[in-house]
Write a new protein. Structure first.
Length: 741
C-alpha cells in the first residue's frame, strides 16, 4: 500500500503510466491492494479436495483399465503405439484434458526374443535324443493368452546361446548359494536352475557365471507365489488368483536403470552410444524363465545331495543339488540344453507428457507418473496405475476446463515408455531435463501397480513426504467403509512406534529401483513417493501378485481376483490425487523436515548399536556422526518454528518462497555425485541401494560389511570415507535449514 501511494503521487508521467498499466492489468481489490496479493497467499482449498474425492469414479477406472489392457502392449510394439495415441487423445480432450500434451521420443536399446525361434530348454540323452522340450508358450485359459502379440517368456538382455550341461539346483542364485554348491560340485559347464527371489534377476546369471555356470533357468516356486498351490484343475487361475503351472515371469535382466548405451545422457538420435559389448550388469550367459510345471519335471529328477532345508520348495519331492539326474529317473545321464535366441534392437520409445500450468508459481513442478508399457496385457502392471492416473487427470482436467480451479504450481504428468526394460523413459527424461528438474521440482509421485491386492494402503517415500501422505490417508475412506479412513485401516496392517507420534503407519523407503521413481529419488534427489493398495500378509506369502509379468495379468484376472468393483483403485486415486493437490496448492509445501530427522536418528542408533564396538577397536569414532545428526535435528526444528510461529498467509511472498525452497531442496542436499562411483545414477547418501542387512546409512553399512569381512586396511579406510560422506551430507543438509546467513 505504501509503495502505491508513492507511485500515485509521484511526479513522473512514466510512473503514472506504469500505475495505469498495473491497475489495468491486476485490477484493484476491496482493500485497494493488487489482486495478486490475494492470489499469491492462497492456500490449499479443502472444499476442492472434498469435491475431487467425490468425483473420482470406480466405474471410470474400470473402463480405463479395460481399454488399457485390451491388447498386449510391450514397449514400442503396435499395442504400445495404440496406447500412446489413446493417452494423447485423453489429455487433449476439450472438456477433460490438460493444458498441453505431447509425445517425447527416445532412441533406446531393447532386447527381444525371436518370434520364429522360440526360446526353450531340452533334456538331451547321451545319444543326443531329445527327451523333453519345455513349453514354448503359456497355456491358454482365456482368449487373451492366444493373442499372437503375446510375447513368449524371455529374459530381456540375456544373450543368445545354446549351452548344454549337467543340471544343478542353485536355490535363488545368490553368491552364497553358488559358494555353497561350489564346495562339493565343480560348477564349470553346468546349467543352474534357480527360483525367483533373494537376488536381482540379472544377478542370478552374473553370479553363476563367476563360478563357471554356462546357462541359467529361472522359475517361480509355488512356495514363493502360490502358497503352495499347483493344480490348474481347481486351484490356480482361472479358479483363483494363483499362477497356473505354465506361467513364467518375464523381466528385464538388467542391473542398472536407464538406456544401457547412454548412461547419464538422454538417448537422442545424436547421442554418443557406448559399444554394446561394453554393457555391464546383464547376464553373460544364456538365461531363460520357465513355468514351475517345467521346473518340476527337472528338479524332482535331480541326483546328488539333498538341498538345505531353506532351499526346499513346494514340489512333492526332496530337492537335490545335482549335478545331473538320478540313475533311476527317465533322464539318467542326460544333459539340459538352454536355447536362447534373444537379440538387441534400437527402438523409438515414447513418453506421453501432459501439463496443467500453475497460476502463481508456474516454475515449480509437481510430477506424477507411471509407465505405460507392459510385458503382455499388463492389466495390473502397469495399467492399474495408468487407469488411476487417467481418472485423476479427468477430474482435474474438467475443473481446469470449467474454470473452477488452476493449481498454484504446475503439474506435470508422465506416461513413461519402456519401464519394463529398465525404467528407461523416466530416466531419459530425468537426464534430458536434469538442470530444470533439479532446480524446480517439488516432488515426484509414482503410482505404478496401483493395486497388488485390496487389503491396505502401502506407501513408500522420502520421510519428508510422510506428513502429506498421512493427511491424505486420514481424509479418504477405505473401500467399503463410511467411517474407517485409509489411515486407520493402514495402521492395523503395518505400523511402527515413532518417538514423536507413538504408533503410526509404517512408511516404506525407496532404497531400490523398483519403478520410475528411481531417477527422481536417487539421481535428481527429488522428494519422491510410491503409492498402492496391497496384501493382507496374514493371508498370503506370495512374493508378488501371482500373475505378475505373465500372460495371465489381464482384465479378467483383475476384475475377478484383484479388485472386484475397482474400489481399491478408486481409493488409491483419491489418496494419490489428494497428495498431488496438497503438493500443488499448499502455500507452504507440506513437507515436515522433522520427520526426516527421526529417520536419520533411527539410522544413527542402528549404526551405533551395530558398529560401535568393532569400529572403536579400529580407532574409528561415530561421535562426529552423532554431532551431525543432532545438528540436523536442531536445524529441522528451527525451520519448523519459522513455519509454525508465523501466519504464513500474511508473510511476504518472498519469505514463503524462501522457506519453500528450503523444503524443496531438502532431499537434494543429500546428493553426493562422488559417493558411489560404482553405482550408475545412485547419488542420494540416505537412500542409495544397500547390500548389507543393517538398516542404516547405506554407504556406511556396505563399507562396514566389506571391511568386517575382509579385515583389509584399505577396506577400513573406505569405512572412514563413507563416514565422512554421511557427516558432510548431514551437516550440509542442516546448513540449508538453519538461519539463511
Ligand atoms: Zn510396472
Amino acid at each position: 500500500m505504501m509503495w502505491k501511494k508513492i507511485l500515485l503521487f509521484g511526479v513522473s508521467g512514466a510512473a503514472l503510466l506504469t500505475v495505469g498499466i498495473l491497475v489495468g492489468h491486476f485490477g484493484i481489490s476491496q482493500d485497494s491492494s493488487p489482486a495478486w496479493v490475494n492470489e499469491v497467499s492462497q492456500d490449499v482449498d479443502e472444499a476442492l479436495i472434498e469435491q475431487f474425492i467425490k468425483e473420482v469414479d470406480n466405474k471410470n477406472i474400470e473402463q480405463n483399465l479395460k481399454t488399457l489392457a485390451s491388447d498386449p502392449h510391450m514397449a514400442t510394439t503396435p499395442g504400445d503405439e495404440k496406447l500412446v495415441k489413446f493417452m494423447l487423445d485423453r489429455w487433449k480432450d476439450p472438456n477433460t484434458g490438460l493444458d498441453e500434451t505431447w509425445r517425447q521420443t527416445y532412441k533406446v536399446f531393447l532386447s527381444f526374443p525371436d518370434m520364429n525361434k522360440p526360446n526353450c530348454f531340452t533334456v538331451v540323452s547321451p545319444t543326443d535324443t531329445i527327451q523333453y522340450t519345455s513349453r514354448l508358450k503359456e497355456k491358454a485359459y482365456t482368449e487373451d493368452q492366444n493373442d499372437p502379440e503375446v510375447v513368449q517368456p524371455y529374459a530381456a538382455y540375456a544373450p543368445a546361446g545354446h549351452p548344454k550341461g549337467k543340471l544343478v539346483y542353485a536355490n535363488q542364485g545368490k553368491v552364497s548359494d553358488y559358494e555353497f554348491l561350489n564346495k562339493t560340485i565343480d560348477l564349470t559347464g553346468t546349467i543352474a536352475i534357480v527360483r525367483y527371489g533373494g537376488a536381482g534377476r540379472a544377478d542370478k546369471a552374473i553370479n553363476g557365471a563367476r563360478f563357471g555356470v554356462a546357462g541359467v533357468l529361472v522359475y517361480t516356486d509355488p512356495a514363493d507365489i502360490n502358497d503352495g498351490k499347483m493344480s490348474d484343475a481347481n486351484e490356480t487361475y482361472p479358479h483363483s488368483w494363483y499362477l497356473p503351472p505354465s506361467g513364467a515371469e518375464r523381466g528385464s535382466f538388467n542391473g542398472y536403470f536407464g538406456d544401457l548405451l547412454t548412461p547419464y545422457y538422454a538417448a537422442k538420435e545424436h547421442t554418443y552410444r557406448m559399444p554394446v559389448s561394453d554393457i555391464t550388469g546383464i547376464p553373460p550367459i544364456a538365461t531363460q524363465p520357465i513355468g514351475f510345471e517345467d521346473a518340476y519335471a527337472l528338479i524332482c529328477k535331480l541326483d546328488g545331495d539333498e538341498a538345505p532345508a531353506v532351499w526346499q520348495g513346494s514340489f512333492n519331492c526332496t530337492y537335490k543339488l545335482g549335478p545331473g539326474f538320478s540313475n533311476t529317473s527317465a533322464f539318467a545321464n542326460s544333459d539340459v540344453q538352454v536355447n536362447v535366441y534373444n537379440k538387441g534392437e534400437m527402438k523409438d520409445s515414447a513418453n506421453v507428457m501432459g501439463v496443467i500450468r500453475g497460476s502463481v508459481e508456474p516454475d515449480r513442478y509437481v510430477i506424477y507418473g507411471n509407465h505405460r508399457d507392459s510385458w503382455v496385457h499388463g492389466a495390473i502392471d502397469p495399467s492399474s496405475g495408468t487407469a488411476v492416473m487417467l481418472e485423476i487427470t479427468r477430474v482435474l482436467g474438467k475443473m481446469v476446463k470449467e474454470g473452477k480451479w488452476r493449481p498454484r504450481r504446475s503439474i506435470i504428468f508422465g506416461s513413461w515408455g519402456a519401464e519394463e526394460f529398465g525404467l528407461i523413459g523416466s530416466t531419459e527424461y530425468a537426464e534430458e531435463y536434469y538442470s530444470k528438474l533439479r532446480d524446480r521440482t517439488i516432488a515426484y509421485i509414482n503410482v505404478d501397480i496401483s493395486v497388488f491386492a485390496n487389503a491396505t494402503l502401502r506407501a513408500q517415500g522420502s520421510p519428508a513426504a510422510q506428513s502429506v501422505i498421512f493427511t491424505a490417508a486420514k481424509q479418504v475412506k477405505t473401500p467399503g467403509s463410511q467411517t474407517t479412513s485409509v489411515y486407520d485401516n493402514w495402521i492395523r496392517y503395518s505400523n511402527r512406534s515413532s518417538p514423536s507420534y507413538g504408533i503410526i503407519p509404517s512408511l516404506g523407503y525407496l532404497t531400490g529401483a523398483g519403478s520410475d521413481y528411481a531417477a527422481f529419488m536417487h539421481y535428481l534427489g527429488i522428494t519422491s513417493m510410491d503409492i498402492a493398495y496391497t496384501y493382507d500378509r496374514s493371508k498370503t506369502k506370495a512374493r508378488i501378485y501371482p500373475a505378475y509379468h505373465t500372460a495371465y495379468d489381464t482384465f479378467d484376472y483383475t476384475s475377478k481376483y484383484i479388485d472386484p468393483g475397482f474400489t481399491s483403485h478408486q481409493t488409491v486415486a483419491r489418496t494419490a490425487g489428494n497428495v498431488l493437490l496438497r503438493l500443488a496448492d499448499s502455500l507452504v509445501i507440506p513437507f515436515n523436515p522433522s520427520d526426516y530427522a527421526e529417520t536419520v536418528e533411527q539410522y544413527y542408533s542402528t549404526a551405533a548399536e551395530s558398529f560401535t564396538d568393532k569400529m572403536s577397536t579400529m580407532g574409528i569414532s561415530l561421535e562426529p556422526l552423532n554431532t551431525a545428526v543432532k545438528r540436523f535435528r536442531e536445524a529441522t526444528s528451527f525451520l519448523n518454528q519459522q513455519i509454525h510461529n508465523s501466519d504464513m498467509a500474511k508473510e511476504t511472498p518472498l519469505k514463503i518462497r524462501r522457506i519453500n525452497d528450503q523444503l524443496m531442496f531438502l532431499d537434494r542436499a543429500f546428493l553426493d555425485p562422488m559417493a558411489f562411483p560404482d553405482k550408475y545414477h545412485y547419488r542420494h547418501v540416505i537412500w542409495t541401494s544397500r547390500s548389507s542387512g543393517v538398516a542404516t546409512f547405506p554407504g556406511l553399512a556396505d563399507a562396514f560389511a566389506k571391511a568386517d569381512n575382509s579385515g583389509l586396511k584399505s577396506d577400513w579406510e573406505q569405512v572412514e570415507k563413507h563416514l565422512t560422506i554421511v557427516i558432510q551430507a548431514l551437516e550440509g543438509a542442516a546448513s540449508t535449514l538453519e538461519a539463511v546467513i
